[in-house]
Design a protein around this ligand. Structure first.
Ligand code: SF4
Length: 328
C-alpha cells in the first residue's frame, strides 16, 4: 500500500513526465521577510521561528555548494539524476530582480537542475519577478511558484499576524496564470480558531481560482515563536494526529486528481519542536494517511462533488487513472 496509489504526488508526477526520479534540493539564499522588517509587517507570523532571522545565525554556503551537498545526499539515497532547485527559506522573491536572477541562474546553470521552485508570500510577487520566472519557463525549465496562503480567512491570517489577506493571493494567482506559471499553494491545517470546515472552504476557494499544486502542513509549535507562548498559556491546542489525518484525507479526496500534492505533512527538528510530538515523525503521518484513504476506499478526486468549484476544475473522473496509481 503506497501513498501514490491514492494521491497524485509530486514524486510520481515527475517520474511519469521525466521517466526518472526528480528531487527537490532545498536552498537557503539568505533572504529575509517583509513581514519582519516592517515593509509589510513586524514580528513575523506567530508560528515562524524568530531565531531563524538572527543576524548571528550561521551563514549558509553559496548556491552551488548547497546544491552539491543536497544532491550528494539525495543521489546516495534515491539514485536521482535530475533536480529542482527549491528556494525555500523565508521569502525568496524579496529582492530586486537583478539580485534574484543572479541567484536563480546560479542554480539553473547546473546541468542536472531542470527547474526551480520558488517559495514566497502572495504579496511579494511583483510583475517583474513573475516575468523573470516566465522567461525561465520559456527557456524550457520546469518552474513552480510556491505561494504561502495558509488560510483563505482574513480573520485567521490577521490572528497569526500574516501581514496579508486573501485578496493578495487572488491578485498573485491571477498574475501568475496570465504568464502560464504553475502555482503550488501552501495551506496549514490546525490554525488558531479554525476547524475542518475552514480548511474545506479554503481548499474550495483555492481550487476555484485554479492551482497546479498543493502543500498541506499541520501547524506545529516551535521554540522562539509567539505561538509557543500561546501554547504554553493554554491558548492554542495543536491538532491530534487522528484529527490531522481525518482533515487531510477529506481534503485529498475533495481535490481534483490532476492537482499535484507536493507535500502532505511537515516536520521540525527535535531541538525546535514543542508540539505536537507526532510532527517529528513524517513517515508515520504519511503511512497513517495512506491507511486512512485505503480504509475509506477513497482516492484523490473521489469526493469532488458535481457542481463544486473542484468539479468544474476537474477534467473527468477517469482522469484519476491518468494521475494516480490504479491499485486499491
Ligand atoms: S511569511 Fe514566512 S518567513 Fe515571513 S514571517 Fe511568515 S512564516 Fe516567517
Amino acid at each position: 500500500m503506497q501513498l501514490s496509489q491514492y494521491v497524485n504526488t509530486f514524486g510520481q508526477m515527475m517520474l511519469r513526465r521525466q521517466g526518472e526520479r526528480v528531487h527537490k534540493v532545498t536552498l537557503n539564499a539568505e533572504f529575509t521577510c517583509p513581514n519582519r522588517d516592517g515593509s509589510k509587517g513586524r514580528g513575523g507570523c506567530t508560528f515562524c521561528n524568530n531565531a531563524s532571522f538572527s543576524p548571528t545565525a550561521r551563514k549558509p554556503p553559496d548556491i552551488a555548494a548547497q546544491l552539491e551537498a543536497g544532491r550528494r545526499v539525495i543521489r546516495k539515497r534515491t539514485g536521482a539524476r535530475k533536480y529542482i532547485a527549491y528556494f525555500q527559506a523565508y521569502t525568496n522573491t524579496y529582492a530586486d530582480v537583478t539580485t534574484l536572477s543572479a541567484l536563480y541562474e546560479q542554480a539553473l546553470a547546473e546541468p542536472d537542475v531542470i527547474g526551480l521552485a520558488v517559495g514566497t508570500r502572495p504579496d511579494c510577487v511583483p510583475d517583474a519577478v513573475l516575468d523573470l520566472l516566465q522567461s525561465y519557463q520559456r527557456r524550457g525549465f520546469d518552474i513552480w511558484l510556491e505561494l504561502g496562503l495558509q488560510s483563505s480567512f482574513d480573520r485567521t491570517l490577521e490572528r497569526v499576524n500574516r501581514g496579508h489577506g486573501f485578496a493578495e493571493y487572488v491578485t498573485a494567482i491571477q498574475a501568475a496564470h496570465e504568464r502560464g506559471l504553475k502555482v503550488c499553494t501552501h495551506l496549514i491545517l490546525g490554525l488558531p480558531g479554525e476547524t475542518a470546515a475552514h480548511c474545506e472552504i479554503t481548499l474550495q476557494r483555492v481550487i476555484a481560482l485554479g492551482v497546479a499544486g498543493l502543500k498541506l502542513h499541520p501547524l506545529h509549535v516551535v521554540k522562539g515563536t509567539l505561538l509557543a507562548n500561546e501554547w504554553r498559556r493554554g491558548l492554542y491546542q495543536p491538532l491530534q494526529l487522528d484529527e490531522y489525518i481525518d482533515i487531510a484525507a477529506d481534503l485529498v479526496a475533495a481535490t481534483p486528481p490532476e492537482i499535484v500534492f507536493h507535500r502532505l505533512t511537515a516536520t521540525a527538528s527535535p531541538n525546535m519542536l514543542l508540539a505536537p510530538d507526532w510532527c517529528g515523525q513524517k513517515w508515520k503521518t504519511l503511512n497513517r494517511l495512506t491507511r486512512e484513504l485505503h480504509r475509506r476506499r477513497q482516492r484523490q478526486g473521489d469526493r469532488v462533488l458535481a457542481g463544486s468549484p473542484a468539479f468544474a476544475a476537474s477534467e473527468s473522473t477517469s482522469n484519476r487513472e491518468k494521475h494516480i496509481g490504479k491499485a486499491r
